[in-house]
Write a protein that binds this ligand. Structure first.
Ligand code: XMP
Length: 516
């Protein structure tokens, strides 16, 4: 991608905010890439960066094994901005002084400009006394020779610059929401100082991606497994724009989808009209394989291998296929190249894992550079229907992991009906878009109830609704009591076989979002 777009490189020193820097820069219309701090100079030169940002990080520049990038980045002749640890490293390289703060500075602070506002290119347009977010143990106490201190906080210097050399530094974090003017500062750097024109947009990405896909696939044929979710839909729509009917999309009904999901999603794809989609009804096959299986991981495995078998059989029927399209996103790519080593998080949602090798398929991953919000923009630009773009995530194993223990076909119906009520009421309340996920879980127990004059002994539904940015951590949603009340009343009165509804008030960690 870097050849097609003006590119800013972010060197990652291990800050939890590195991805946020990238997102903020893309938001101002400039493409950027995250590389590990120790990226080789040849790789870096190959990217032709218009500027380099050194991220924050948890280390101290003097400590043994502290991450240092190659000093030669300062000789590339492009502007460099150090943020927090990045600034400390610049100071260390260039002869400033870095010292431990008397106490770790964490939280809100106010930054005062030292000189005339117009003098600073980095802080152009900001008012004196702007609020920022600090998070550091060490700080720079003496700026390196040739640098001017353009802003200070109560305890430390806030921003320094050496404009003739193109070197800039911030002690605070411009990328976080708690620094309201942070986006302007980053924009000043990438669009002002680095002179990027801002050529990154959903439309320009689509043009570049389509050209690249055509080049990769040539006259070949590709297949894509649709899940009904946004990533696979957008990946398929992009590839379809590039190679038309030489892409076939397979949408498998595993019998574990939400109520009417298979028909609704197929209808949405058909209405979109630009995808060659084949629906495969394989519910009985999946449920047969799952019969009597209680262990969550075994359930997942069986669903995964059955999916691969079904997918492979269908793909074989299509004749010669050379490529498999996958909706891999940038956070997965960054994670796999992270200097911190492979992530401890186990991602089990690669539903077609193992297929490429088995079928000798090459991968096409057109969304590898994109964050989730960018994928949604690209989807909108491609004209995909809103319900596909704005859908909450839904796990590959579907309702199977929302029925703890063995799955009875009748249980699936109970869950589908209850879940459908949850979704209707969440949508009616206008909260759907604010929630990462909202759904029902059918518990494997019965409780006593009373309905009319009758004693009942029936099942329990747990309602789960969470807020999250990426699914890695999540907070249980404080749903209004009225919404919970309606959901509970409707489930108990409309779903025969359920006499109790409970609300899950656990966050992740220590719980997970799904119950299995
Ligand atoms: P947990 O339950 O681990 O879920 O907190 C985090 C996110 O991942 C989804 N999830 C899955 N997605 N296959 C998938 O495709 C799976 O096996 C799977 N398990 C969990 C879950 O819905 C949530 O968004």
């Amino acid at each position: 991608m870097s050849k097609a777009f003006e590119t800013i490189v972010i060197l990652d020193f291990g800050s939890q905010y590195t991805q946020l820097i990238a997102r903020r820069i893309r938001e101002v219309g400039v493409y950027c890439e995250i590389h590990p701090f120790n990226v080789g100079m040849d790789t870096l030169r190959g990217v032709h960066p218009k500027g380099i940002i050194l991220s924050g990080g948890p280390s101290s520049v003097y400590e043994d094994g502290a991450p240092h990038c190659d000093r030669q980045i300062l000789e590339l002749g492009v502007p460099v901005l150090g943020i927090c640890y990045g600034l400390q490293l610049l100071s260390y390289f260039l002869g400033g002084r870095v010292e431990p703060s008397s106490r770790r500075e964490y939280g809100a602070a106010t930054v005062n400009l030292t000189g005339e506002r117009e003098q600073s290119r980095l802080l152009a347009g900001l008012s004196d006394g702007f609020p920022v977010w600090m998070s550091h143990g060490d700080h720079v106490t003496v700026a390196p020779p040739g640098f001017e201190v353009v802003a200070t906080t109560e305890n430390a210097l806030g921003a320094v610059e050496a404009p003739q050399r193109g070197w800039y530094g911030l002690q605070f974090h411009p990328e976080v929401a708690h620094t309201p003017d942070g986006r302007l500062i980053l924009s000043n750097f990438v669009r002002g100082i680095c002179e990027c024109q801002g050529d990154w947009s959903a439309a320009s990405f689509i043009d570049a991606a389509v050209a690249r896909i055509r080049q990769q696939i040539g006259e070949g044929h590709a297949v894509c497994g649709l899940s009904g979710g946004v990533d696979s839909s957008v990946a398929a729509a992009l590839v379809s724009r590039a190679i038309g009917d030489r892409l076939t999309c397979l949408f498998v009904d595993n019998g574990l989808l939400r109520k009417d999901e298979f028909s609704k999603v197929l209808k949405a794809f058909r209405e979109y009209g630009k995808l060659n989609v084949k629906g495969i009804a394989a519910g009985e096959r999946f449920l047969g394989a799952l019969k009597g299986v209680e262990d969550p991981e075994r359930k997942r495995k069986i669903i995964g291998t059955t999916f691969i078998d079904v997918f492979q059989e269908e793909a074989n029927r299509l004749g010669q296929i050379d490529f498999l399209v996958q909706g891999t996103l940038y956070p997965d790519v960054i994670e796999s190249q992270s200097v911190k080593g492979p992530s401890a998080v186990i991602k089990s949602h690669h539903n077609v894992g193992g297929l490429p090798e088995k079928m000798h398929l090459r991968l096409v991953e057109p969304l590898r550079e994109l964050f989730k919000d960018e994928v949604r923009q690209v989807g909108r630009e491609l004209g995909l229907p809103a319900p596909l773009i704005d859908r909450q995530p839904f796990p590959g194993p579907g309702l199977a992991i929302r029925i703890p223990g063995a799955i009875e076909p009748d249980d699936l119906l109970l869950l589908q009906e209850s879940d459908n009520i949850v979704m209707e009421e969440i949508r009616n309340s206008g909260l759907y878009g604010e929630l990462w996920q909202s759904f029902a879980v059918l518990l494997p127990i019965r409780t006593v109830g009373v309905m009319g004059d009758q004693r009942t002994y029936e099942r329990v539904i747990a309602v789960r609704a969470v807020k999250s940015v990426d699914g890695m951590t999540a907070d249980w949603a404080r749903l209004p009591y009225e919404v919970l009340e309606t959901i509970s009343r409707r489930i108990v009165s409309e779903v025969r076989g359920v006499n109790r509804v409970v609300y899950d008030i656990s966050s992740k960690p220590p719980s997970t979002i799904e119950w299995e």
